[in-house]
Design a protein around this ligand. Structure first.
Ligand code: C5P
Length: 218
């Protein structure tokens, strides 16, 4: 039995990597597995929320009771989120969104030329989905994740303020990608709240409880 602490609440979650096309057969992505975001979607649904999961390409099954929209690029992910923002109580950005996309992806497969003739790609900055959502009028309660490799707390708080969000969940770098467990610190206005290393599924229930608590005192 899970307490229905999110009953009547609408939760929007992004998860997984994004995929930025180079041409119709190639692209750039990252090592995010989607496990943490999917675990949060599952935990939020168990807690009684109506959950919309906007997911980049992953190998994971949709958690029971969760509505899922599949996207590839960061631009698609933002476009999929925006129509739902006004009706959302909490937005949890877990996706590992690519910072850059290829300027103008080729419409046909780029052919190999001579041995020393390599294609040169140029990049454009992707939109920051979390920041964009946090700036909307009547924005939902926004939660971010940050993987840092050093100065986790200092960089984390700076990132939280820069993104304009009340809660940031910081973890120690790429070690968590694909792993089944995670060790995080919650960063909010009151300071730092470290949680013990635990299974992502268990951690997700704890984080949902923390978010639910903050939602009611918002
Ligand atoms: O700036 P950084 O990528 O470290 O921030 C991580 C947080 O911001 C995560 O919550 C991630 O989902 C979100 N993010 C986003 N759109 C981006 C980049 C990051 O929503 N373009």
């Amino acid at each position: 039995f899970v307490p229905q602490i999110l009953k009547g609440k609408k939760i929007l979650i992004t998860a997984g990597p994004t995929f930025e096309a180079i041409d119709p057969v190639r692209g750039i992505t990252n090592r995010s597995s989607g496990k943490m975001g999917y675990a949060l979607a599952h935990a939020a649904a168990c807690a009684g929320a109506e959950v919309l999961l906007i997911s980049g390409p992953t190998a994971l099954d949709t958690p029971l009771g969760v509505h899922r929209i599949n996207v590839e690029s960061a631009a698609d992910m933002l476009n999929a989120c925006l129509p739902h923002v006004a009706e959302t109580d909490a937005f949890i950005a877990v996706a590992a969104v690519a910072d850059w996309r290829v300027d103008s992806p080729a419409t046909q497969k780029i052919k190999k030329q001579h041995a020393d003739d390599v294609p040169h790609l140029s990049f454009t900055q992707n939109p920051d989905i979390l920041h964009t959502v946090a700036q909307q009028p009547n924005a939902p309660y926004c939660v971010g994740f940050a993987a840092e490799t050093e100065n986790v707390l200092e960089y984390g708080q700076a990132k939280r303020l820069k993104k304009g969000i009340p809660l940031l969940i910081a973890n120690n770098g790429p070690a968590t990608f694909g792993a089944d467990d995670n060790e995080v610190v919650l960063l909010d206005n009151a300071g730092e709240h470290p949680l013990p290393r635990q299974d992502k599924a268990q951690l997700a229930h704890r984080l949902i409880a923390e978010i639910a608590k903050r939602l009611t005192t918002k």
